[in-house]
Every structure is written in C-alpha cells, then in structure tokens.
Ligand binder design. Structure first.
Ligand SMILES: *Cc1c(COP(=O)(O)O)cnc(C)c1O
Length: 376
C-alpha cells in the first residue's frame, strides 16, 4: 500500500462480519490478568491503533505520548548523565529550553551547531552521545542535509534523532534517510485540527523503543485514549489536508515575494531559496510553513529592530481570516510575529511565521494583502 492508503487503512480493527470499522475508544485503566496488557499507564488499545498508523508511515515502530515534548523528553532522558548532545541553535524552542534546563543541572551538555553547516555538525559529533536535527528549521525554514548528517553521525557512533513535525512522514521519512529515531508533535499536522496535544517516538531499533516505552511508563506522560482517538481521526485526512495547504503555501510564497511591503520570504519551495535543491532531494514536497519579514532591514540597530517588530505586529493585528496565534499544522491558517516570544536568538524581529491552512487561497491572499497594505 502507498502512504495515502496506509493513512486511511492502518490501525483499524481486524476485519470480520460485524467488526467495527473504526478503532475502539478504550477507556479502561486496567486489564484482566494473564494477557499482554496489564495497566493503563503501560498500554492502551486506542494508542496501539495510532501507533500502528504512524509506525507504518515512518517505516518503524511508534510509541505514543501525551505531547510532543513528552516524546522529546523520553528520548533525551534516556541519555547517560552529562551526555553531550549536538543540537541546532534554531531548533524548536521547547527542545532548546528543555536541554538548557537539563544542562543547568549538569544532566546533559548541549553543543549548539548550525544545522546547515554539515562539516561543523559532524565535527561537533565527535565524542557526542546524541545528534538532534530538524529540517526544515523553525521558523527560518532552512534545510539540513539529513542524509549526509545522519550517515556521518553513524560513522562516529552517534545516534541521530530527527524532529519531523514540520514535514510529516508524507513529505520526509528520516529513518529512510539514516536517522535512528524520529519524534513528532502530533499536536500539529498529524492531528490537524488544533484540538488535541500528542506526541510520538518512532524507531526501528528495539533499544530506543524499549527506552521510550519505559520512560512513558515511568514518567506517566501517557496519551489519553480520547486524544489518541482524535489524532487517529485527524490523521486519516492528512494527505488531502497537506496537499491543499502546501499548494496554498506555494501560491502565497510566490505572491508575497512580489509584494512591495514584504522584504524577504522564506519557503523552500521557492526556486531561489537556499534550501530548494536539497529539499527537493530529501523531501516529497515543501510543506505548508513559510515565513516572511516586514519593516526596515534588521541591521542590528535597535531602532530598526523595533520598527520591524511594530510593523509585523500591525500586520498580525489586522488580519481577519488567518488567526494571530502560535502553533501550526491545523486546517486554519495561523500566523504570529515569532520574536514576540523573546526566545530564538536567530529570528529577525519583523519575521512573521505562517502555518498555511486549507482555506481558499484567494481569501487568504486578500486578507494578507489588505493587512500588508497598512504598511505602504
Ligand atoms: C510543537 C512542536 C513540538 C512540541 O510539541 P507539543 O505537542 O507542543 O509538546 C516539538 N517540535 C516541533 C517542531 C513543534 O512544532
């Protein structure tokens, strides 16, 4: 079966006369003794259905968690004390924050790298315990050479993890590109409706899978069965949602590039984007995340930064169809001035990140164009 069919058919109950078509929403906290399931912190029938789908999509086995951060924490917490972890400076702020928190207590030793500088990433891998990667990066949408980086890490005896939240397994399958572990925030594209939090760890390596299951059970970061059901319901339409959102993103990126009030558009689907060719070689589409900058150029002068931030806030406040909110991957278009949060040292002050949804693209464009015209 091809992936769009796997999306629809994996994780369903065994066929048979009278069998339910959909996975059962199992709300039992315990199980009769003597079987493979014993207690609700270790196993759940509805999680298993979701794990079957995500595992089949990524080409490994999946372990479901209460959130993306719970999945990320389970992987990182399985490292030995003081473990050196190679991590891009512009990786997801929650991951950076978590590593910083652990580092402040001597638990791990992060080594910050530029994900797009493959030789520097591999140099940092010497003697490291783990390599963390994201591509496209958030919110600069830069592309890392995952094949070369994962192979180089493996040669140095370093396991690699790819956070595949932005791409989804339909566009990028890191295990096939050489990664040992994939993590997802299922809160985003997999569920797709901004109504649930969840996370997943995927691997082909039983030691990583055992470690993830053990941490899930010990930390108790378990996905609720209703949440598993919602993610499962959402994931069935991932292919059609993503295709539409991606088409909208390409069109908006093109039009934004030509807009007099926009300074720089970052979207790997644009032919002159620095990551375009590499993205084309490791992804099967460019995704539905883009970012653009408004306001005066960020020349490092505080006044220019403040003017750019004010311009971006004006645009975000003026939009009416898209929603000014954080997060991504839902059917509705979300946008935010990313630097609003203060973290992410590499993010320009006037950068607006857009998670393009599945609305009619002409409505989205009219909305953006009208909001941008306030800057003219
Ligand atoms: C949102 C996100 C996470 C964290 O996931 P939660 O479900 O919010 O805990 C991790 N990585 C990326 C790339 C994300 O966008």
């Amino acid at each position: 079966m091809r992936l769009p069919t796997v999306l629809v058919h994996a994780g369903r109950p065994a066929p048979g006369p009278g069998a339910p078509v959909n996975a059962v929403l199992s709300v039992s906290s315990t199980y009769r003794s003597g079987g493979t399931r014993a207690y609700g912190r270790d196993s759940n029938v509805t999680w298993e259905a979701l794990e079957n789908v995500v595992g089949a999509l990524e080409g490994g086995e999946a372990v479901a968690f209460a959130s993306g951060m719970a999945a990320i924490a389970a992987v990182i917490e399985s490292l030995p004390p003081g473990a050196p972890v190679v991590v891009p400076g512009d990786s997801y702020n929650g991951t950076r924050h978590f590593l910083d928190d652990l580092a402040s207590r001597g638990r791990v030793a992060p080594r910050l790298v530029d994900a797009c500088d493959t030789p520097a990433v591999l140099a940092a891998c010497e003697g490291a315990s783990l390599l963390w990667m994201e591509s496209p990066t958030n919110p600069l949408l830069r592309i890392a050479d995952l094949r070369a980086i994962c192979a180089g890490a493996r040669e140095r005896g370093v396991a690699s993890v790819v956070d595949n939240t932005f791409s989804t397994p339909l566009l990028q399958r890191p295990l096939e590109l050489g990664a040992d572990v994939v993590v997802h925030s299922a809160t985003k594209y997999l569920s797709g409706h901004s109504d649930v939090l969840g996370g997943v760890v995927v691997s082909r390596d039983s030691s990583w899978l055992d470690a993830a299951r053990l941490r899930r059970s010990l930390h108790g970061a378990v996905l609720g069965s209703f949440e598993a059901f919602l993610i499962l319901r959402g994931i069935r339409t991932l292919d059609v949602r993503l295709a539409r959102a991606q088409g909208n993103a390409m069109e908006l990126a093109r039009r934004l590039t030509a807009h007099p009030c926009v300074r720089r558009v970052r979207y790997p689907g644009l032919p002159d984007d620095a990551g375009h060719l590499l993205a084309g070689s490791q992804m099967e589409g460019f995704g539905a995340m883009l970012s653009f900058e408004v306001g005066p150029p960020d020349d490092g002068e505080p006044a220019a930064g403040e003017a750019a931030a004010a311009a971006a806030e004006r645009v975000c406040a003026a939009i009416r169809i898209a929603t000014d909110a954080t997060s991504l991957g839902g059917v509705e278009t979300l946008m935010e001035r990313r630097k609003r949060w203060g973290w992410e040292d590499l993010t320009p002050p006037g950068l607006i990140r857009v998670s393009v949804g599945i609305e009619d693209v002409e409505d989205l464009w009219e909305d953006l164009d009208e909001a941008l015209s306030l800057l003219a």
